[in-house]
Design a protein around this ligand. Sequence first.
Ligand code: NAD
Length: 290
Amino acid sequence: MSDPVPPHPHHQDYPRAVAPNVPPRRHLEGQTALVTGASSGIGRAVAVCLGQAGANVAVNYSSKEDAALEVVKEIESSGSHAFAVKADVSKEEDVLSMFDAVRAEFGTLDILVNNAGLQVDSPFIDMTLAQWQKVIDVNLTGQFLCAREAVREFKKRGVRPEISCAAGKIICMSSVHEVIPWAGHVNYASSKGGVMLMMKSIAQEVAPWRIRVNSIAPGAIRTPINTAAWDTPEHYAALMKLVPYKRIGEPVDIGRAAVWLASDDSDYVHGITLFVDGGMTLYPGFETGG
Ligand code: NAD
């Protein structure tokens, strides 16, 4: 991204919140990545950062083809190859054909970023089965389906030492809500708690095949999923009570973490959740002594 972080209207005290892009190291050259839900927000930033680091990227989207094609254009402007692939990650047949499309375009896959996710909020007492199921289907089952196909591909192909120390890398987009309970969002917190133990269990099982599996747990990141948390100065100030570092996260904060987790720089990092949250998991209510 040429200008990764436009100034945030409410970052009054932190006009220079995020470090500017330095000329990217193209240390993922020769690798191919699939990022789900990559037409907006965190997925978009992850796809662009992976592309800037030299990876060729499949940009998955579920409905907004135009937005996905813009991401493709941005990646191609950094010198990497990209293409857009439509799939609903909660549907097995869509996921299978998405992996076929990735193999047809790139030959194989090295990096999966399981990013697609959504919220369908409701007080618990009124939550319908459909609201519960929708979130579990996309946020948990979608990650299961994509991870399974990635493991099948990685195991079949094995390690290519000239490309990477690992046969493949999976990064699951979790959330601080894999550990922080969230009233009014029981379906979402349950899906992310599920992602945590799914990730760790897969990691334990596939490690002998040199497949690395980790999660990123973002805190509050400025994307369309949580506009209501940052769209006015009042909302932003309320949000900052939960963030010891006193700024909202930007999608590029997550993109940079994903590049590290996907690269051989983190080769001995396996089965962890990397919290990228400005300290949101530090019990900020105790900042003043409790
Ligand atoms: P976003 O709404 O911009 O992105 C979510 C993406 O997932 C969208 O592009 C959407 O089209 C896609 N998607 C939804 N359902 C899909 C489906 N069935 N198949 C394929 N794609 C689908 O929001 P975001 O904040 O960028 O969220 C990305 C991930 O980060 C999610 O897993 C979310 O839970 C997680 N996360 C976000 C935050 C935050 O503060 N923004 C915090 C913690 C975790």
